[in-house]
Design a protein around this ligand. Structure first.
Ligand code: TMP
Length: 209
């Protein structure tokens, strides 16, 4: 691939949107062509699937259906947006990707990682992020921030235990993939969080010149 694939992950209320905008601006200033997108979503079909997945009226979606819908949206996203952009030399900045599936459907719902890996390999082939920025903070703090922002969606209305398992799964992923994972302490001030992110991007971009 010619372009680089950067993903941003984190629990609820970790400040993903603000910091994605910050990363976007940083990369543009560094002279990169950037396609910013999100999961689930990023294509017309993916956004429809997102609506279904976040709708709290859809209480009966089974865990396996949820897993497959995440990958259905991802398959469409890869084919229509991510791969063409990378092949054209753009950098892709994605708000969540497959690590969220390991964290939420694996850690949160309890689906076996091996099952997720099988679908990951099938849908993605060799494609994996080059850099994953994990915005980490204690779940109580994150849920408080998310609750102040909007009505809870189908995931946000889960119990605290669920989010503890999600956070732990992300931290485990960071441990097993140290070459691409960078953990940001998102519990500090915005200025400090962005200082941490700038440092990560500076090092990453320097290694990719
Ligand atoms: P958000 O990115 O706006 O927070 O909303 C997306 C929600 O979808 C969030 O609660 C995490 C969840 N999600 C999964 O459960 N699995 C996935 O693979 C992805 C991409 C997101």
């Amino acid at each position: 691939m010619v372009g680089k694939f950067i993903t941003v992950e984190g629990g609820e209320g970790a400040g993903k949107s603000t910091n994605l905008d910050f990363i976007h601006q940083y990369l543009l200033q560094a002279g990169k062509k950037v396609v910013m997108t999100r999961e689930p979503g990023g294509t017309p079909v993916g956004e429809k699937i997102r609506e279904l997945l976040l709708d709290k009226q859809q209480a009966s979606i089974s865990d396996n259906a949820e897993l497959l819908l995440m990958f259905a949206a991802r398959a469409q996203h890869l084919e229509q947006v991510i791969l063409p952009a990378l092949q054209a030399g753009s950098w892709v900045l994605c708000d969540r990707f497959t690590d969220a599936t390991y964290a939420y459907q694996g850690g949160g719902r309890g689906i076996d990682n091996a099952r997720i890996a099988t679908i990951e390999n099938w849908v993605q082939g060799e494609i994996r992020p080059d850099l994953t920025v994990l915005l980490d903070l204690p779940i109580e703090e994150g849920l408080k921030r998310a609750g102040e922002r909007s009505e809870p969606d189908r995931f946000e209305q889960e119990k605290h235990d669920f989010f503890h398992r999600v956070r732990q799964a992300y931290l485990d992923l960071a441990k097993t993939n140290p070459e691409r994972y960078r953990i940001v302490d998102a519990s500090t001030s915005l200025v400090d969080v962005q200082k941490q992110i700038s440092h990560i991007l500076e090092t990453f971009c320097a290694g990719k010149e």
